[in-house]
Design a protein. Sequence first.
Length: 820
Amino acid sequence: MHPKSTFNKPVSTFQQQEDEGFDFKALLFKIYDIWYYVLFSVLIALVASYIYNKYLVPTYSVSTSVMFKSQQKRSFDLEALIDEEGISLGGGGGMDNELAKLTSAQMVEQVIDSLKLNVSYFAQGQLSRLELYKDAPYVVTTDFEQIPSVLVNKLLYYEPVSNNEYLLVDSENLVFNHITSTFVERETLPKNQAMFLGHKYAMDSSFLLIQPNLVVPKQLGEKTRNCFIIHDKVKLSEKIAATLLIERTKKGGNLINISIKGPHIQKIVDIINTLMAIYAVNDMRERNLSLSNTVNFIDDQLAQVSTILKSTEGELDGFRKFNKSMSVSQMSAEAFSELKGFDKEKEHLKTRQQYYLYLKKYLSGNNPIDQIVAPAMLGIDEPLMTNLINELLSVSSKLREKKFYQNDDNKPIISYKQKIVFLRQQILEVVENDLRMLSLQLHNADENYKEAESQILSLPDKERQQLSIERRLKINDNIYTFLLQKRTEIGMTKAGTTPNVNVISTAKPQNATIVGMQKVQIYAIAALAGLLFPIVVVVLMMLLNDKLQSKKDVERISRIPILGLIGHNTRGDYLVVNDNPKSVITEAFRSIRLNLTYFAPDKKHKVIGVTSSVSGEGKTFLSMNLGAVFALAGKKTVVIMADLRKPKYEVELGLDLSKGLSTYLTGQSTYDESVQITKFSNLYVLPAGPIPPNPAETLGLPAMEELINRLREDYECVIIDTPPLGLLADWFILSPFIDAGVYIVRHNYTRKSFLKKINELYVEKKVKNISIVINDIGKKMAGYGYGYTSYGYDYGYSYFEKPATWYQKLFGLFSKKRKK
């Protein structure tokens, strides 16, 4: 049975696909071909990931869970009254505002001061830098507000000169001159300018002091290079705040999870726990501030009433001793009871008047609004004033909360400030109106008092005096009792005040987790990257490669039938068919010979033209071996070297180069002199001869047609090695004499654009009776693209050779790699 061929397929079965898809099968075979590069790439990636993991400083995360109180239970009437009136005690505000406080710059700055985080200490290794938190061998002390800017936010290396001397060196190897507070070149630093441990150096308005850390049993400069950074507090607070993550366990819930990330476990544990402790302290301070102001106001009033009480009690005792005890008549008691009512009214009005005068003075000055005493604190029931004061306190509270995390030029802050000014002015206007109204009410109360007093004046003088003293004593005693009761209630409320937050679980070092990728994940990603890198390179090479890589490429691009496939000639023989008649290449030529019989079957003597796109594709090699395979079949064959521009291989055949096609066509040699016999039976060659000055015109001479006709009569097969079809017109000069055309493309050599151009000529029927031979197929390429093994022969072995065993193939594979 003859090998398969695509020659006898109809042209319509070949589909030209200009928008060809990616050949994944070809990719797999190419990857198989470079498996050792893939393995090497994976190993390199794993080694790099090992080094990366070894010196990687991991990032840890710790968290704490806290519960915010949505509504604290009150035990005392006064605080309940305060809540009903909407007066803020410092801990109020929405949940979002409280969470904003936690991450505010002011709160974080308090943490920095508490933990002394203004300076970060490190131990510098060859490839990594390890932070020394509370474990540094030295301590840096300075005035962080006034420290020279050249020392701020800069990595400074502690370079020991002796046991008690050192230099400060920056990352550019410049040395710090403490006299000029500048960094200079080492060579320009004056001698004896090294700094001493434990010595305080004055710098502008600040100082710098570095002293050994006696708590840490380490020596400065031991093994590793020590360094530190003096941070700008504002930038450091922003950096720490950025590492804080606040999450609610559920929407609208009060249980909050607060986490922080950092390279040092104990440091981030201390930061988050200290942050919660400071928040609780600040919350307590704010909640007690308003109560403390009220207590102070009541204390002032108690002191005044106490003085009046003592004076009145002394006056009553003196009166009774002088006049002896006497009873008061029923009429006198009724008169004094009425007078007492008017007197109480006057005292109430005076209390209101005194409060308004206090309010006017307080708001007219530059006093903190959140410390103002609300009217409800003193039992003054004025709805309008209470609403205005409550609104003022609410806006002030919102302004204070906004300032925690926003600048003063922020629009909401400006709006709150404007509203405070407006409310302050409104309150002052109401105060003025109420003071005028109170003045009128006091006048009326005085008139009523005088009328009641006139009735008392009609009583006996001593009885009247005693009733007056007792009345004043009773009134002041009631006021004192009321104020004392209020103070006691507020004091008990203040003592029972708790923070607005409960810590459910504190951050602990043992609960720290590594964030980001684990080491195993890094190894996996590195291995994947090492695997993909050579594959991506191969894919890019395939996408950017314009050369034919597979039989599928030919089938996608061209409708020209494929006549056969020729493998790679590893032996280097010129006439493979004669030198190695049992090889696979020889069998491929036999297959091509068979397929050519389908061309012009009615013609006994055929003329076969062999061409290509450019030089180097194997046109002459195919022509000679095709002629040799016809000769082996017993057919008298002649090969015409018609490429007069660049002839090849004549020397290797031992031919006379002085005579040939060019000399015959120009009449310089005879037919018998030009056609030369070779050492191979039935194989003759008509060399190109000397290169003429005008090859195309020479081929177009009338003698060419006469030559072809005579060769048809003398030989059974005529093979013409023509010039390249893609570049020259010589093929079209010879095409009228050709019965079957063979177009050579070479694997990984012929450009796809060349084949597309020839295909256009074929589709337009400018080139007829032509087929394609794919040349120089590699073994692996045959397996995934050209289908070379489909011819029935395992590539690399002859038809009669025994295939190698698996271990012979494996050994041969490594042998080829070493040869390469």
